[in-house]
Structures are given as structure tokens and as C-alpha cells.
Design a protein around this ligand. Structure first.
Ligand code: SF4
Ligand code: SF4
Length: 123
């Protein structure tokens, strides 16, 4: 089964994305990834490493995020709250619902990533 790699915390970033990003290449890639996820509802495999969004990010240095300790904590928190594990594969729509129900609607987003530079726009 083919699946896309997705970092768990990107489930939250996708929910709040409004066309702003680190640079043009990042924003264009993020926009097209979100379109694809919503249109095709592919299987995704949760990973705490480079994913389809990181690929075009200026913070991705030789396949490693330059904030990997911080974002790795975000990823672990999302997995725990959704009762998921790294390596799990599920439909994007199932993952989106778990993030919405267990984190966003429960008001837990800022506990996870309140120290992110985008915090003020992710409401
Ligand atoms: S604050 Fe940062 S990590 Fe949290 S959802 Fe927004 S962009 Fe993603
Ligand atoms: S490389 Fe780091 S900052 Fe860039 S999208 Fe991936 S996790 Fe986010």
C-alpha cells in the first residue's frame, strides 16, 4: 500500500494554514499538499522525521529539521493525545478527525506548540 509520510504535528498546522509560510516554495508546496490530502484522502504514515511538507522547507537541512528537538516534542504530544504511534498508517481523513476531536476541539493545541513562532495565528 502506498502512503505519504506525515509528521503528526503537521495535522495541526494544516488545520490552521491560511497561505502563510516560511517562503514561497514552502507555501506553494504546503498548498498543493493540502489540496491533495483533501482531494485524494490517501493513506498516510506517521513519522517523526522528514515528511511531504518538510521537503520544501528552508529549515530542512540535509533531511533534518533544524528545530528537530522542539518539533519532535510536538509530534510525540500529538501521537499521545490521539492514541497513535509512529509508523501507524491510516487514511488522512481519519487522522484529521482524531486531531480535531482530541486536540483542536478540546482546546489543547497551545499546550503542545504554544512556543512555535506561528502561535499567534493558529487559532
Ligand atoms: S503554532 Fe506552529 S506548530 Fe502549532 S499549529 Fe501553528 S504552525 Fe503548527
Ligand atoms: S523542516 Fe522542521 S520547520 Fe520545516 S516543515 Fe519540517 S518540521 Fe516544520
Amino acid at each position: 500500500m502506498q502512503s505519504c509520510k506525515l509528521r503528526p504535528h503537521h495535522g495541526m498546522c494544516i488545520a490552521f494554514f491560511r497561505g502563510k509560510g516560511y517562503d514561497e516554495a514552502f507555501t506553494e508546496n504546503m498548498t498543493s499538499i493540502i489540496d491533495m490530502l483533501k482531494r485524494e484522502d490517501p493513506h498516510i504514515t506517521l513519522t517523526i522525521s522528514e515528511d511531504i511538507i518538510c521537503r520544501k522547507c528552508p529549515h530542512n537541512k540535509e533531511h533534518l529539521c533544524d528545530s528537530r528537538d522542539k518539533v519532535g516534542c510536538y509530534d510525540s504530544s500529538v501521537l499521545a493525545l490521539c492514541e497513535l504511534y509512529e509508523g501507524d498508517t491510516l487514511r488522512y481523513s481519519e487522522f484529521e478527525k482524531l486531531v480535531r476531536d482530541n486536540i483542536l476541539s478540546a482546546g489543547k493545541r497551545s499546550e503542545i506548540c504554544g512556543d512555535c513562532c506561528w502561535n499567534s495565528i493558529c487559532h
